[in-house]
Design a protein around this ligand. Sequence first.
Ligand code: NAP
Ligand code: GDP
Length: 314
Amino acid sequence: MEKRVILVTGGTGLVGKGIETALESCKEEGEEWIFLSSKDADLSSESSTMALFEKYKPTHVIHLAAIVGGLFANMKANCDFFRLNMKMNTNILEMAQKFNVKKVVSCMSTCIFPDKTTYPIDETMLHNGPPHSSNYGYSYAKRMIDVLNRSYKEQYNCDFTSIIPCNVFGPHDNFNIQNGHVVPGLINKVVEAQKNGTPFEIWGTGSPLRQFIYSIDLGKLIIWVLREYKEVDPIILASDQEVSIKDVAFMIKDAAEFQGEVKFLTDKADGQFKKTASNDKLKCYLPQFQFTPLETAIKESVTWYKENYATARR
Ligand code: NAP
Ligand code: GDP
């Protein structure tokens, strides 16, 4: 195989670490993987993005870097989520075109689909209506990746594509309670409740439904997309199982062996009720793919958090 230099932007984050772990069992000769942090380059700056491409001369890019946050972080900063993500995405794709990168895989999310829609949502429905009002900044910036991929293909014959993961969690997550997603936020809260003998507080009613994917499963799938997937059209990377926030909170409570009181703070926002995404396209390509059972993945994430308590992001 021709030598490949694969740059992973956002390589130090939850998904980047998931790819790094997944690679341990599927390394291929001729591939050099470079996992980047924001310390290597600020991708919202065109000149530092260009310097990065000059330094590494990548043949392939997995573009994960983004301003990412849970429902509550998005509600506070729609402008920043739009502005900074747009800058990073346009800089990366423009440099990839200028430096003749052979393939780019960028990352969208199931939370950017239209709010008012029929279910299950599939890849063809991405632009069919406005996103949920809580995260429209992030959503529109992410949707523009698909617009850019198609236009770079049409105008410059670039091989750029994108993936659409559902809610991700796992080791190296952002466990910050105010800004993070629901699973790491609840893991942090249950551990503190256990330490302090206080109630375990779940925000909202617990009734919204979500699909979750373990970061290491997602890592395996992204490696497959880079090596095998040929379409410009996005592909949804989501598990089959849809669970309520209440169910997932109780899985976290059980995994942490928390015995105290559980409280639902129903004055906090629920966000989108559901965003059920179809993984039919993925199943067509990879009918044998085995997702880690949710309880197992949650147990491993709780254990990771407890073992890495001193250094975990929060
Ligand atoms: P994360 O853990 O917050 O990591 C974000 C990464 O982006 C970090 O490596 C960070 O670098 C880097 N980054 C942020 N700003 C940057 C900048 N200005 N320049 C260069 N790098 C920058 O996020 P994640 O959860 O792994 O998300 C990865 C991708 O998956 C994102 O595109 C996100 O939209 C998508 N996604 C995530 C979820 C989810 O539930 N988490 C769901 C669907 C899709 P430093 O840490 O070094 O600052
Ligand atoms: P979303 O899936 O894009 O809406 O983002 P999140 O990962 O932040 O999940 C939000 C859902 O989880 C909402 O229904 C929240 O009310 C609920 N939730 C319950 N507890 C928490 C928590 O501690 N943190 C977060 N982020 N959400 C929580």
